[in-house]
Design a protein. Structure first.
Length: 485
């Protein structure tokens, strides 16, 4: 029966993979697998059909960029912005007469500008010396840069293109105009927004000052938080970067920060002294499933800060204080907090009480290896196997003294797979639990490895895990840490 279930699971998995790749091929505008493989080779991608969602998205981004470049190239043949821009500035050509989207956006920029003469000079220089006006998304950013011309630290005319990639050109232009000191790449995004405070932070950092003294900072940062803030990856926005600095300074990682991205805490910095304690709670419990982060934060916010509206009679609503205005994280455990969240959801009618669950095994194989212990002159067997029920998670959590049981729903829903590494002697006795391993099934990535009481894995233990991940074609997230001997 077990084999039949596994075969059925494999069949379903293979069918799902086939459907995903067929849909991906259609999104690329291709008609067959052979055409797809040819396209991959021409664009320097692997022609394998077994790819992660991140790899597929990169291919789609390249395809979209190629189409956009072709369209812009075709448009540029029918226009000459060096001639059109002065006519727009002097009102010799009306907005209604413009057919080109970029020219229309430039006309709107002149309408909004308080320094149209400077904007004219700026646009003409960029049209002649860069590719930035080939992309409509840069027009608004260029208008915003011109608005801050009093903060320029170098003459515009001294800027020269060093690379033909538009993003690199834009980055170089910003640093030429605003920065005498290094500015992290993620901060470039502020020029595409309407947030003038964030733009002032860019200028502040570019002048060599510390983010801790930036005007309008919504929360206080320690020196360590400010350090990590500057090392935020470029895919994050400014508010997320502040949280990146806080989370990493407190001992957290990208995985936890990404879980916060879907919560109210990314843009709301009120009551931050309290919320930092919530961050510390999550960091102190690394085996708590991050899928619970959002519901936990919603629950805490509701209990501590949300004014309650209570219907006392038809058409009459009274406002009551939050249920637990003195809510504190002191003494709370993941198990007790999750029970409170679940009870709250039940009261709201969001969920039904769930029992103990079982789920099918993933398509990832188990692993076993014999390693000789030269000091004891005997071998040890290490086995990595998948946990397939709430009961198994509860048992593993009780032995390892962490909260892996919180992954039950994620495992049942096919988001996550939890594995245990166990050791035994040569004859298969004296079984001991060594590590608990979390795998993201979507990304086929090991995202968490912890030992008893959330200790980090040793170098030798990670060596065994790497052999397993190599065999099963899994990746290991770069934030998975190893204990330093």
């Amino acid at each position: 029966m077990a084999q039949k279930r596994k075969n059925k699971q494999m069949s379903i998995h293979n069918e799902r993979k086939h459907n995903i790749i067929q849909r991906h091929i259609r999104e690329l505008g291709l008609k067959s697998i052979e055409a797809y493989k040819t396209w991959c080779r021409e664009n320097h991608f692997s022609s394998s059909l077994n790819k992660t969602s991140i790899q597929r998205q990169k291919e789609i981004d390249v395809a979209k960029a190629a189409i956009a470049t072709q369209l812009l190239s075709a448009e540029k043949k029918g226009r000459n912005l060096q001639d059109i821009i002065p006519k727009i500035y002097s009102n010799k050509i009306r907005e209604s007469e413009l057919r080109n989207g970029i020219a229309k956006e430039i006309a709107l920029a002149f309408k909004r500008s308080k320094s149209p003469k400077l904007l004219l000079r700026f646009l003409l220089y960029l049209e002649k010396n860069s590719d930035l006006l080939d992309d409509i998304s840069y027009i608004k950013a260029i208008e915003t840069i011109a608005r801050h011309y009093k903060s320029w630290v170098r003459p515009l005319e001294h800027w020269q293109i060093k690379r033909h990639n538009q993003a690199h050109q834009f980055s170089g232009l910003l640093r030429h105009l605003f920065a005498t000191y290094s500015v992290p790449a993620f901060m470039d995004n502020v020029w595409f927004s309407e947030d003038e405070t964030h733009q002032k932070w860019y200028i502040h950092i570019g002048s060599g000052q510390n983010i801790r003294t930036a005007p309008g900072l919504p929360t206080a940062l320690t020196k360590k938080m400010a350090h990590y803030f500057l090392h935020t990856p470029k895919q994050y926005n400014m508010d997320e970067a502040l949280r990146w600095g806080q989370v990493h300074a407190l001992g957290g990682n990208k995985r936890l920060l990404d879980a916060f991205r879907g919560t109210r805490l990314i843009q709301d910095f009120a009551h931050d002294d309290f919320w930092l304690n919530v961050f510390r709670f999550f960091i102190a419990n690394p085996m708590l499933d991050v899928n619970h982060v959002n519901p936990i934060i919603d629950y805490i916010w509701n209990q501590k800060y949300q004014i309650q509206q209570v219907v006392v009679e038809r058409g009459v609503v009274e406002e009551h204080d939050p249920p637990q205005p003195n809510f504190s994280m002191k003494g709370r455990t993941p198990e007790s907090l999750l029970k409170q969240v679940n009870d709250w959801h039940i009261a709201l009618g969001k969920v039904q009480r769930g029992g103990k669950l079982q789920w099918m095994p993933s398509d990832i194989g188990e692993f076993q290896i014999r390693i000789k212990d030269n000091q004891k002159k005997q071998s040890k067997i290490f086995r990595i196997r998948e946990l397939l029920s709430t009961d198994e998670l509860i048992y593993d959590g009780s032995k390892m003294r962490h909260c892996v049981r919180t992954y039950s729903e994620s495992c049942y829903n096919g988001k996550t797979s939890i594995w245990t590494m166990e050791s035994m002697d040569e004859v298969g006795e004296e079984l001991k639990k060594v590590l608990t391993i979390e795998v993201s099934l979507k990304e086929r990535s090991v995202n968490q490895v912890r030992g008893k009481q959330n200790r980090l894995p040793t170098q030798s233990e990670m060596s065994i895990i790497r052999r397993w991940t190599t065999k099963e074609k899994l990746s290991i997230a770069n934030y998975v840490n190893v204990a330093q001997n």
